[in-house]
Structures are given as structure tokens and as C-alpha cells.
Write a protein that binds this ligand. Structure first.
Ligand code: CU
Length: 145
């Protein structure tokens, strides 16, 4: 019976080697504001890499100002506040989604229209900068899938 833990450990190790976790950003999309001039919001899912990292900032040429925000429940009222950075656990998943973490896009350019894609660049503390194309949807539309 003594050999079994060793075998299990070896199997886990081999499994880990076959599928190294890679920091990546998936399913990026942007919802336009219902009223022109109001901020839009960007959402995506971040898959953590082999080591923990931290999302520091998101940039896009489609908006003049970008902030990381988090919506939370405060005594039954939804309130959002800016957040400085977001920890990404190793091999973990962090979702930016309506009702939770999101990227606020202030002063969207007039050329940002539903059905188009805009680039988002995500900067991480570990030095990586990942650019994704976010699908733009109208105010009342469902997220693209
Ligand atoms: Cu916000």
C-alpha cells in the first residue's frame, strides 16, 4: 500500500506537465450604454497561469478613461466602486460579468457600435500584456456566445 501515494503523486505531476496553465483572457465583450455619453462596460473571463498574477489595468483606444469596478450588494442596494487591481489565482478563473467585477469605459468613441469589435489590452503585474478583441453589443442585448 505504501507505493500508492507515490503513484498518485506521479500521476498528478505528469498530468500537470501535460497541461500547463497559461494566463489568458476569454469571451471579452462590451455593452454599450443605454444613453449615449454614459459609460459602457467591458466583461471577460481570465484564466490564471501556472503562478498567481494580478490584473493591474485595462486599456483601450475606444474610450478616453477606463476603470476597474466591482458591483456589490450594500444593504440590498447595488453599488459599484473602483477597485485597484484584481488577484488572479494560479490556474484559477476570475470572471468579469454583469453584477460583479467589470471594466468601466468612460467617454466611448462615437465609432464604437454594436456588432463591431474593440481591442482591450490587459496588463498584469507579472509583466504580461494580453490583447483581446471584445465584441460590442447594444444596451439591452444579451452577451455574445
Ligand atoms: Cu462601474
Amino acid at each position: 500500500m505504501r507505493a500508492i501515494p507515490g503513484i498518485v503523486a506521479l500521476a498528478l505531476l505528469v498530468g500537470a506537465c501535460q497541461q500547463p496553465a497559461e494566463l489568458k483572457v476569454e469571451d471579452a465583450w462590451v455593452r454599450l450604454p443605454a444613453v449615449a455619453g454614459r459609460p459602457g462596460a467591458a466583461y471577460f473571463t481570465i484564466q490564471g497561469g501556472d503562478t498567481p498574477d494580478t490584473l493591474l489595468a485595462v486599456a483601450t483606444r475606444a474610450a478616453l478613461r477606463v476603470e476597474l469596478h466591482e458591483t456589490s450588494d450594500q444593504n440590498g442596494l447595488k453599488a459599484m466602486r473602483p477597485i485597484r487591481d484584481v488577484a488572479i489565482p494560479a490556474a484559477g478563473t476570475v470572471a468579469f460579468a454583469p453584477g460583479g467585477k467589470h471594466v468601466m469605459l468612460f467617454d466611448l468613441g462615437p465609432n464604437v457600435k454594436a456588432g463591431e469589435r474593440i481591442p482591450l489590452a490587459l496588463s498584469f503585474a507579472g509583466g504580461k500584456r494580453l490583447e483581446v478583441q471584445a465584441m460590442v453589443v447594444g444596451a439591452g442585448e444579451m452577451p455574445p456566445k
